[in-house]
Every structure is written in structure tokens, then in C-alpha cells.
Design a protein around this ligand. Structure first.
Ligand SMILES: *[C@@H]1O[C@H](CO)[C@@H](O)[C@H](O)[C@H]1NC(C)=O
Ligand SMILES: *[C@@H]1O[C@H](CO)[C@@H](O)[C@H](O)[C@H]1NC(C)=O
Ligand SMILES: *[C@@H]1O[C@H](CO)[C@@H](O)[C@H](O)[C@H]1NC(C)=O
Ligand SMILES: *[C@@H]1O[C@H](CO)[C@@H](O)[C@H](O)[C@H]1NC(C)=O
Ligand SMILES: *[C@@H]1O[C@H](CO)[C@@H](O)[C@H](O)[C@H]1NC(C)=O
Ligand SMILES: *[C@@H]1O[C@H](CO)[C@@H](O)[C@H](O)[C@H]1NC(C)=O
Length: 535
């Protein structure tokens, strides 16, 4: 294959990301040839296709993945698409795709997954490939969103824990070499939720896979998270239980009371709690007085107890914390995930198909012994809780993590808990951790995106405001790895009705933990200049 290289500005006006871009000549022919020449151990090529910019690929025809909710994906730049099956054992394997842009920056990137699936994240493939990364994405070892594939097959569990991601990286880097005739220069990771856990797993166990890892809302301390997620059904029960707090009015009341008690702590009342760690919500404020007959605007003492339990750290029988409380602020969505809708499906599947191998396990019986059984099993160390990141640090790796402070699935309290765990384990203060590990709390962001806060930080294609690294965590990571420009704050954008065509509602700089955001000019709280990061 023949190439020519030339220096150009990757993004207009952004000298920080200047890069020698490599352009594949006659990419269509090169892509066709790649398919014929790709003999890699354990890799079976499903198909190779050249996709011109603007192609709208249908994801319904060749796939049997209706639970992933795929319809189509638009490809924003010319690329060569390689779809593969890679065997990981005699009874397991991954579906893997590599998207190889014709205009290549020399950068490699792996995407991650979500929940307990089973779904290649095509939107992330398109996002990263569109920015010039040679990008891979795998299905994490099984198809669809159910955990049924784990049943009596620990090899599929192994893929889910870390083998799918690592295999995709090894195979993907090899394909890059064959297609471009040169190895990648820098390697990146982008993922959130389970994808966040996968990123932390790579940092902990495969410290040479990536130079830069962007990992949001990580599902780390995984079995404990899964147990905590299971606990809500036993706290609130179902509709006819006295502990039940029905969806709607009462949860709106609880949310408003949380804002009443905590919103002003950051210097302004704007419906956004900057630092939920400071919020010790007191649900007793909503206790119905004696003689109440109308229970639509207050809570019974049994309900108050249930709500208090949801906002209290979850402790094991040994008196040690299993997983932190739900952070206050996310109730308007969390009510539909955890509090009023029955057992949490991911937890049910994990206990049925991994912990107990019993498809009839009943979520209503969940208790702290089950949490212990899950933690003791910890298959392939899925906990992802190793606090010693020395190898990653020594390899020169950089980790940027963020967590929405109104996350309604994974408590945002868990991310500072891990950061502090690393600080103690490695004996490093923040000034030293800053060299390779920076954690940003994104106020008012829900689970990986959305929410009342300034949540567009470039974490996905749908959450891009600009390609300025200050506004874009992925490009900030590139700038950190390649130019040493580490993030001090991360700037988020909130669009009016989350619709960019309606204009910007406000912009806010999010602080690096352990700093917290404080408003010094409440009258102008929409202006980023009104905020400052304080100890
Ligand atoms: C892509 O195709 C799907 C149907 O296959 C359609 O619903 C969607 O609107 C198309 N997207 C674009 C941007 O044209
Ligand atoms: C997942 O789906 C792909 C595409 O249909 C298929 O090739 C692969 O065999 C499936 N994997 C499993 C484990 O069923
Ligand atoms: C494909 O989907 C059908 C219907 O949902 C299901 O019965 C079947 O098992 C699936 N096949 C595979 C290989 O996943
Ligand atoms: C690739 O880069 C060249 C040179 O900058 C440019 O002319 C061309 O439009 C680019 N092609 C694509 C598909 O982005
Ligand atoms: C609640 O009780 C009513 C009346 O006894 C019954 O019809 C309904 O099925 C029960 N709902 C649940 C979720 O148990
Ligand atoms: C109960 O209180 C709510 C809200 O305060 C009110 O809208 C509703 O009409 C009351 N119901 C009764 C039966 O009084």
C-alpha cells in the first residue's frame, strides 16, 4: 500500500492537536485487499466493506440483536469496515468491528460497552472514527442486553470482565498495522458505565493497552454495585407494601425537599447540587403529622425509614461498607430505575446466571448474604477495585474519569471513594495523582449524559459542543497524552431543552476532585466566571 503524509491541522484553529495525518490512497481497493490478506489466529472475517462518508448503514439486516435497539448508523467519513468473529475459547468468542478511516491520525481507540450487554456501540465507533482514530468495538462476548449467555459458561463471563476488550485491542492494533502499513502512534479508550469499568480494568490489569483512558461513571466494585442495585427492591417492595413510595408526586416531593436542604450549599439555588457528598438529606422533614388522612404530600414513618435507607451507605453483615448510598439529586429518574419498578434486571440476571446458576432465583429474597456470595465469587476479579495503579503510571498512561453528580444508576459517591482508595493504596496525595489520574465531578449530569447540568463534555457524539479540548474530554485526553496539556477543569455545555439549535442555556467549568465548585455571584450563576473551584 502507498501513502503520503503531510502535516495539517486536525481541527481548524487548534494547533494543540496538530498531527501528521496519513491518507490511504485508493482506500476502496486497499480495503478490498485487506479482507483477502487478513489471516490472524482465531479471527474469522465476517465481511470487509468500504464505506464512503455519509453512508447510512442499516444494523437490522445482518444482526439478530433486537434488544440492542439498533436501527442504523451514519458514517461521517470514508472508512474501511472490518467485521469479525474472534474465538476466545472453545465455547466463547466476540463479535468485533474495526473502523479504519481513510484519513488517519495515527491514533488507535477502543470503545466499550454498557449494562450487562452484549452490544457493539456503533455510535461511539462512528464518533471516534470520525475524529480520525482507527477504532474498534466488540460485543463483550455475547449478543443482546440479557445476561442469559453467562448461564453455565464462565468463558462468556471472562469475556465480559476483560477478555473481550483486551482481545479487541490486540487484534485491532494488528489490523491497523496491516491496513496502514504502520503501527499506531498512540492508543486511547473511551467508555462509560460498564464501559467505564472496562476502562478502569485496562488501567489496573493491562497497563500497556492504552496511553489515554477516558472512563465515565465506572461500574467498578462491580459485584457490590450489583448487590446495592438489588437492594432497592427489598427496601421499597412493590405497590401494596407499606414501604412502597409510588412514582410521581411523592418522589417529586422528595426531590424538592432534597433541593430545599442542599441546593444552596454551593452558593446558588439553581436545581443543581454541585457536591452531593455534602448533602446529608433528612427525609424526616417529610414525615406526616399525627392524624393525617391525606397521604399525597407527606410520608408515613415506614416510608420515611425506607427513603432513609436508600440514602444510607449499604453495609455488610461484617460491618464493612458494601457500596455507598445513592447520592441525593437523581430521584426523578431513579424512581423509574430502582424505587418503583420492581427488581433491577441486571442484578437479577447476575444472581441467576452467574452467582447461583439458578434461573428461578427470586429477587425478593435478596439479602446481605447474597451480597457476600457475589463478592466472594468475584469471577476474574470483575470487582475492578485494585487501588494500585503503579504499572499504568510507570507506563506513562493517563486516566481521565468523570461522573455525573445526578447519576441515577451508579452512585456518584463511589468515584471519590475509589479515588481516595487509590490515594491511600499508593500513598500519593492529589498533587502526585494529578500526573496520571484526574477525576471530574459533572454536576447535574445523569448516567453518562443528559440531565439538568452542563452535561455536554464530548463524551459521546451526541454530547459534543465543540472540538476544543477544553470542552471535549476525548480531545483533551489526546492533548494531555501528546502535548502534556492536562485538564484543570472540564467545561460542560447545557443547551436549551438539550437542543443545540435552540442555543446555549449555560456553560459551566467542572472541578477536579477533591475540589468542589462554588458560586461566588449568584445573580449571574449561568456565567462560568461566577464559579470557582475551592478546597
Ligand atoms: C438512516 O436510515 C434509517 C432507516 O434505515 C433512517 O431511519 C434514518 O433516518 C437514516 N438516517 C439519516 C441521517 O438519513
Ligand atoms: C452475535 O451476533 C453476530 C451477528 O449476528 C453473530 O455473528 C455471532 O455469532 C453472535 N454471537 C453469539 C455468541 O451468538
Ligand atoms: C435470534 O432471535 C430469535 C428471536 O428473538 C431468537 O429466538 C434466537 O435465539 C436468536 N438467535 C441467536 C443466534 O441469537
Ligand atoms: C482527507 O484529507 C484530505 C487532505 O486534507 C482532504 O482533502 C480530504 O477531503 C479528506 N477526506 C476525507 C474523507 O475526510
Ligand atoms: C395490590 O392489591 C390489589 C387489591 O388487593 C391487587 O388487585 C393488586 O394485584 C395488588 N398489586 C400488587 C402489585 O401486588
Ligand atoms: C390531598 O392532597 C393533595 C395535595 O396536597 C390534593 O391535591 C388532594 O386534593 C388531596 N386529596 C384529598 C382527598 O383531600
Amino acid at each position: 500500500m502507498k501513502f503520503f503524509s503531510k502535516c495539517l491541522l486536525f481541527f481548524h484553529g487548534l494547533t494543540a492537536l496538530t498531527v501528521a495525518q496519513q491518507i490511504v490512497t485508493d482506500a476502496k481497493a486497499a480495503c478490498g485487499k485487506l479482507g483477502a490478506s487478513l489471516a490472524i489466529e482465531n479471527v474469522h472475517i465476517n465481511f470487509v466493506q468500504y464505506l464512503p462518508a455519509g453512508t447510512n448503514i442499516s444494523l437490522t439486516q445482518n444482526y439478530n440483536l433486537s434488544s440492542c435497539g439498533y436501527v442504523s448508523q451514519v458514517v461521517s467519513n470514508d472508512l474501511c469496515r472490518v467485521a469479525m468473529y474472534v474465538a476466545t475459547s472453545y465455547r466463547s468468542g466476540i463479535t468485533l468491528e474495526a473502523w479504519l478511516p481513510t484519513n488517519w491520525t495515527g491514533r488507535f481507540l477502543s470503545t466499550g460497552n454498557g449494562g450487562i450487554g452484549g452490544c457493539i456501540q456503533y455510535a461511539d465507533l462512528a464518533y471516534a472514527a470520525g475524529l480520525g482514530f482507527a477504532t474498534v468495538g466488540a460485543n463483550n462476548g455475547h449478543n443482546g442486553t440479557s445476561g442469559y449467555a453467562f448461564y453455565r459458561n464462565m468463558d462468556v463471563v471472562h469475556d465480559f470482565v476483560d477478555r473481550s476488550l483486551h482481545t479487541g485491542v490486540v487484534v485491532g492494533k494488528e489490523i491497523v498495522k496491516r491496513y496502514y502499513g504502520a503501527a499506531h502512534k498512540k492508543s486511547y479508550y473511551l467508555g462509560c458505565s460498564t464501559g467505564g469499568r472496562q476502562g478502569f480494568k485496562a488501567v489496573q490489569s493491562y497497563p500497556n493497552d492504552f496511553d489515554g483512558v477516558v472512563a465515565g461513571a465506572p461500574a467498578i466494585d462491580f459485584t457490590d454495585l450489583t448487590s446495592w442495585s438489588a437492594s432497592f427492591y427489598t427496601i421499597f417492595g412493590s405497590a401494596n407494601d407499606s414501604t412502597f413510595v409510588p412514582a410521581g408526586e411523592l418522589w417529586a416531593l422528595i426531590h424538592q425537599e432534597i433541593l430545599n436542604q442542599c441546593d444552596s450549599m454551593d452558593g446558588v439555588v439553581d436545581d443543581i447540587i454541585e457536591d452531593p457528598l455534602m448533602c446529608q438529606f433528612r427525609p424526616e422533614a417529610l414525615q406526616c403529622p399525627p392524624g393525617t388522612t391525606n397521604f399525597t404530600s407527606c410520608l408515613t414513618n415506614v416510608q420515611v425509614s425506607a427513603v432513609r435507607e436508600a440514602f444510607t451507605d449499604f453495609y455488610g453483615l461484617d460491618g464493612k461498607i458494601i457500596y455507598p448510598r445513592m447520592q441525593p439529586g437523581s430521584e426523578l429518574i431513579a424512581e423509574d430505575i430502582y424505587y418503583t419498578t420492581g427488581p433491577f434486571p441486571y442484578s437479577v440476571d447476575w444472581f441467576r446466571y452467574v452467582v447461583y446458576n439458578n434461573p428461578n432465583w427470586n429477587a425478593a429474597t435478596f439479602n446481605r448474604l447474597d451480597a457476600k456470595a457475589a463478592a466472594d465469587q468475584n469471577p476474574f476479579n470483575i470487582q475492578t477495585w485494585n487501588g494500585d495503579l503503579s504499572d499504568f503510571r510507570a507506563a506513562g498512561g493517563k486516566l481521565l474519569t468523570y461522573h455525573g453528580q445526578a447519576d441515577y444508576i451508579i452512585s456518584s459517591d463511589n468515584s471519590p471513594r475509589y479515588y481516595d482508595h487509590v490515594s491511600r493504596t499508593m500513598g500519593l496525595p492529589s498533587s502526585d495523582l494529578d500526573e496520571f489520574y484526574r477525576f471530574f465531578r459533572i454536576s447535574g449530569m445523569g448516567h453518562c449524559g443528559g440531565g439538568v447540568g452542563a452535561h455536554a463534555i464530548g463524551q459521546t457524539e451526541a454530547e459534543v459542543s465543540t472540538l476544543d479540548p477544553q470542552n471535549n474530554v476525548l480531545l483533551r485526553m489526546v492533548d494531555w497524552v501528546e502535548n502534556g496539556n492536562a485538564p484543570v477543569t472540564v467545561t460542560g455545555t447545557k443547551y436549551i431543552n438539550d437542543d443545540p439549535s435552540q442555543g446555549v442555556s449555560f456553560v459551566r467549568n467542572h472541578c477536579k476532585y477533591p475540589l468542589r465548585n462554588f458560586c461566588t455571584d449568584g445573580a449571574n450563576y449561568k456565567s462560568p466566571e461566577s464559579w470557582t473551584c475551592i478546597e
